[in-house]
Design a protein around this ligand. Structure first.
Ligand SMILES: C[S@@+](CC[C@H](N)C(=O)[O-])C[C@H]1O[C@@H](n2cnc3c(N)ncnc32)[C@H](O)[C@@H]1O
Length: 284
């Protein structure tokens, strides 16, 4: 079995397609991650009314929403940016519907931020910068735009579970494949020590990294399997390249493997799947 070498980062059109389904597909795990990340900030550099925050690669405003739900009065200023128009549209609709007057939403590539130097007190990229094609550039832009003494927080996946099922299905259906299955798994963000070193190398200090457990909650295992299948269809160029028959045969097998990973929810209201993320934070 060939293994994937090099980094594959999905282009913005893929995140455009994914935007509407993203929040449900990950089943709330993204909020668990942000709560853990913000707990790091609470210890050393708490967010308050005077904070100026960057929600970098905001997706559907996940960090922004979590911060504003804390009810800080007056609300801090937040700049939410992303390079997928679908995500920006959703974030703008939340801003309008929820009356987020202190939030500025902008379409922007995290590898070339148009903000001035030393603008932010807090620079946050949850499940964002680790996926950029040039993650080092993304981090250096976060450093540049952070005030001296400011706080940086990023997160990444240690084990998001579905890649193991994707590989198992690939090995089962294509045992003699010469080509690796291409998946967007940035390998240099998968353990706490490496994540810590990524931020230290970028020039941050007082860096700490922690593995956390988060939970993907779904109403049924079929709903969970279908969400992960839809995601894989979009992000894997290997899957996108197959003819319909091959793709559907693979997807049926993969969905079943994913469904079997879910177990009944401890709350008794559906099913859940534990995922493992890494939250990493530091100071400028
Ligand atoms: C997995 S989602 C994370 C969204 C959100 N921050 C969260 O915590 O759930 C990754 C996001 O990164 C965005 N993204 C990926 N590469 C980017 C880049 N180079 N510049 C800006 N945004 C990017 C995608 O459009 C997508 O919204």
């Amino acid at each position: 079995m060939a293994s994937q070498s090099g980094k594959f980062s999905p282009p913005s059109e893929i995140f455009d397609e994914m935007a509407k389904k993203y929040e449900n597909g990950i089943g709330g795990a993204q909020n668990d991650i942000i709560k853990a990340l913000l707990a790091h900030a609470d210890e050393v550099c708490p967010i308050d009314s005077s904070s100026i925050i960057h929600d970098n690669a905001c997706g559907p405003a996940v960090v922004t929403n979590e911060i504003l739900s804390r009810g800080i009065t007056p609300a801090p200023r937040i700049f939410a940016t992303d390079y997928a128009h679908g995500m920006i549209d959703i974030t703008n609709s939340y801003k309008d519907r929820r009356g987020w007057d202190t939030v500025v939403v902008q379409y922007m590539d995290g590898q070339a931020l148009s903000f001035e130097d030393e603008k932010f007190t807090h620079s946050i990229s949850s499940l964002g910068v680790f996926m950029f094609p040039d993650d080092d550039k993304g981090l250096s832009e976060m450093l540049r735009t952070l005030k001296p003494g400011g706080w940086v927080g990023v997160s990444s996946w240690k084990d998001v579970r579905w890649p193991a099922a994707a590989m198992a299905a690939y090995e089962k259906l294509f045992p003699d494949a010469k080509e690796p299955m291409i998946l967007p798994i940035p390998k240099n963000w998968m353990d706490a020590e490496t994540c810590k070193n990524n931020l230290l190398r970028a020039g941050f200090h007082d860096v700490k990294a922690e593995v956390i457990t988060c939970v993907n909650r779904q109403s049924s295992k079929e709903v969970g399997g279908s969400a992960f299948a839809g995601f894989l269809r979009q992000v894997s160029p290997t899957v996108r390249g197959w003819d319909d028959e091959t793709r559907e045969e693979y997807m049926a097998y993969y969905s079943k493997l994913v469904e079997d990973m879910f177990s009944p929810s401890v709350r008794g209201d559906g099913v859940e799947l534990k995922l493992y993320a890494i939250v990493t934070s530091g100071r400028k």
